[in-house]
Design a protein around this ligand. Structure first.
Ligand code: FES
Length: 238
């Protein structure tokens, strides 16, 4: 049995276990720490920084920082909300996110995070990058305009599906998700039932022929914001 680790989040005592991350221990204590690249069942990644908390006064990614005895964690503060908002805004302006046309709308974690954070306008200029759409696969579409480089598809393919369908290609601002076939997604061994086809938090990897199947008003984030108990099963407890 793992040793217990007691620490506080916003003044509330949390009992974690050695080896857990702050995000995992918080989720098990029903404390929501906003996050995007973290996902239950996948190894911690630490790229989006939306889960940034203050640990003993220092900013740390909750999804990669292990719990520590006596640590004082701050999560729900105006400063952290502003930081998270800025990070999410950067994700919006860095890609081409046309939520009103997107079949992931209402089920999109980026969109839901923007609503939760109360984002109304971007404080950064839009970059309007030129990105590609790969519709070659019979059952799955890869739409890089909406990708936020969270690597959830990469990790899900490797860690859950035992495959290597996706990986990063390029560097710097040209970095993007590539597929493991010169012919595009159609040339890979990706199956529509793969976890990698479901791991995308946005509308970048979507299944064909199911878009808009759920009516507006009944979608995942229509009635409750991201982080609510209704979708806590998708939170990063694992
Ligand atoms: Fe922690 Fe992305 S860096 S959820």
């Amino acid at each position: 049995m793992s040793a217990k680790v007691a620490f506080t989040i916003d003044g509330k005592t949390v009992q974690g276990e050695q080896g857990q991350t702050i995000l995992q221990a918080a989720a098990l204590a029903s404390i929501y720490i906003p996050h995007l690249c973290a996902m239950k069942g996948l190894s911690p990644w630490g790229s989006c920084r939306v889960c940034t908390v203050l640990v003993n006064g220092r900013p740390q990614a909750a999804c990669t920082t292990p719990v520590a005895e006596g640590a004082v964690v701050e999560n729900d503060t105006a400063e952290l909300k502003d930081l998270r908002s800025s990070l999410v805004e950067m994700l919006f302006v860095e890609g081409n996110h046309y939520c009103m046309f997107c079949e992931k709308s209402g089920n999109c974690e980026l969109q839901a995070m923007a609503y939760r954070l109360g984002i109304l306008a971007m404080r950064h200029p839009y970059m309007f990058p030129v990105r590609t759409l790969d519709a070659s696969h019979p059952d799955v579409m890869v739409e890089l305009n909406r990708c936020i480089l969270c690597a959830r598809c990469i990790r899900a393919s490797q860690e859950l599906d035992g495959k290597h369908v996706f990986d990063f290609v390029g560097r710097g601002s040209r970095r993007h998700i590539g597929v493991n076939a010169a012919t595009g997604a159609v040339g890979t061994n990706l199956k529509v039932t793969d976890k990698a086809a479901e791991a995308c938090p946005v509308g970048s990897i979507v299944k064909k022929r199911v878009g808009f199947a759920v009516p507006i008003g009944q979608r995942l984030y229509d009635s409750k914001p991201i982080g609510s108990a209704i979708e806590s099963g998708r939170a990063a407890k694992g």
